[in-house]
Design a protein around this ligand. Structure first.
Ligand code: TGC
Ligand code: FAD
Length: 388
């Protein structure tokens, strides 16, 4: 396969250190060699490529910012670059890595007991144990505060009841991080092993988006979870801290999908002849390409600076919201514009922009919809919450 050279107009590459560049290149090669040649087939078949989990783990991509417990202990710029390269391949692949690392390993590393960390993290780093994260419910998406999933205390167990909906990795997971309300109305987090009685999973079929990713419903019926599996955090800062991690990665990831679509549209436009010249020679097509190129450059700069702030521990969640909102929204618009430039060809699986476009519809919705992030920022600048 030909080497992939994404747009980097403001030379972000120059700002990276040797290690970051090496990590980016190894993930880029993995995506070029192992993902790009097969992804359209997996997407059409509605299959997540489970067979690649050992390779993904071998590259150190699972829980890559965690120090110790068999994890790579990378900085946040490296983590962002990993997400960007993976999502160049497919948002479903990036989702798999996001959920495992940011939504499952991160809460265990941050809020887990030493026993929990030792038991779960090394096996999650090698991909022997896959996790999923249950916050959303059928009736509570943007407003998880209304959740009905609940626990009742019974000796040294919690008895868990409720449903979690739209859960990435559900059907391929060996554990779920589940957020539930206690009898006192406090939110707690549990590590729920997949083999517990009363825990069933139903995969959601017939999706038109994220088809190379598993999305499931988790059902808990009097599921007895040992209290030693409880995370040491109470209240919504538990799940929301995990979302900060995942949203950060998505901000970077969206750039990868946007770069893939832009590159495809540019190449196509240079070769597609209409009215006796390449369509890249028409002003209207150039305006579209220049808009894409400019938005990608702005998104890269946003993420590069956010990565620096995150490494220094100086970022605030609202800055992450801006990156998630802006970058996913522009990536979706870029994918749609690329599809337009490709004309009818853009609706086939011979090209990737249609697949990215469908995927990005989900990415724009999950981890807080575009409008929820707009409201988070609205509250930040005005001091007035406008959710209700
Ligand atoms: P609010 O009253 O504002 O806060 C409740 C408590 O949480 C704290 N908090 C945060 N802590 C850390 N990070 C953040 N970003 C935080 N935001 C809030 C806050 O300080 C407070 O703490 P305390 O100690 O005072 O109790 O909460 P609210 O209920 O009013 O929330 C407002 C809103 C709308 C922003 C929130 O509900 C929200 O973000 N909704 C969106 C839901 C969402 O993003 N769900 C994602 C589900 S997971 C998923 O989609 C995975 S996709 C996976 C893949 O990549 O495939
Ligand atoms: P709703 O909350 O019903 O929103 C519908 C529309 O109303 C949106 O446009 C929204 O912006 C708008 N809206 C809602 N409230 C307001 C308001 N106050 N003001 C203005 N507009 C508003 N969840 C998990 O917990 N774990 C996962 O692993 C996971 N993976 C997912 C994978 C996929 C493929 C998808 C599609 C979703 C996944 N989710 C997951 C769920 C995701 O987080 C929710 O879909 C998301 O939070 C939105 O919730 P909802 O779909 O119920 O939409």
């Amino acid at each position: 396969m030909e080497a992939y050279n994404p747009p980097d107009f403001y030379n972000i590459d120059e700002l990276l250190n040797e290690e970051q560049r090496m990590i980016q290149n190894s993930v880029r090669q993995f995506v070029t060699n192992e993902i790009i040649p097969h992804i359209e087939d997996w997407f059409v078949a509605g299959e997540f490529p489970k067979q690649l989990i050992p390779q993904i783990a071998e590259l150190g991509l699972l829980g890559s910012t965690i120090k110790g417990y068999g994890c790579a202990g990378l900085d946040y710029t490296s983590y962002g670059l990993i997400m960007q390269e993976l999502e160049r391949g497919d948002s479903g692949l990036r989702s798999f890595v996001s959920v495992q690392g940011a939504l499952c390993m991160y809460p265990i590393a941050t809020f887990g007991t030493e026993d929990q960390k030792k038991k779960y993290l090394p096996k999650m780093a090698t991909g022997e144990v896959i996790g999923c994260f249950g916050l959303t419910e059928p009736d509570f998406g943007s407003n998880p505060a209304g959740m009905r999933t609940n626990v009742k205390s019974d000796g040294d167990h919690w008895v868990l009841n409720g449903n979690k909906m739209w859960i990435t990795n559900g059907g391929i997971s060996q554990l779920a991080i589940v957020w539930a309300k206690s009898e006192q109305g406090k939110v707690i987090g549990l590590i729920v092993d997949r083999d517990l009685k009363g825990f069933t999973v139903r995969d959601i079929e017939k999706k038109y988006s994220l088809r190379a990713s598993v999305t499931s419903e988790l059902i808990f019926e009097d599921c007895r979870v040992p209290k030693k599996n409880q995370l040491q955090v109470e209240g919504f800062k538990g799940p929301f801290s995990c979302l900060n991690q995942a949203r950060y990665g998505i901000g970077w990831g969206a750039i990868g999908a946007a770069q893939a679509c832009y590159t495809e549209a540019l190449e196509y436009a240079k070769h597609r002849v209409q009215f006796d010249k390449p369509i890249a020679g028409f002003q209207l097509v150039q305006a579209k390409l220049v808009w894409m190129f400019t938005e990608i450059t702005k998104a890269q700069l946003l993420c590069w600076k956010l990565g620096k702030m995150k490494d220094a521990g100086k970022e605030i969640p609202q800055q992450i919201s801006m990156a998630k909102m802006n970058n996913v929204s522009l990536a979706l618009d870029i994918a749609r514009t690329a599809r337009d430039i490709l004309g009818a060809s853009g609706i086939t699986h011979e090209y990737q922009c249609g697949r990215h476009m469908m995927n990005l519809e989900s990415v724009n919705t999950y981890e807080g919809t575009e409008d929820i992030h707009r409201l988070i920022l609205g509250e930040h600048i005005t001091g007035i919450p406008a959710y209700k």
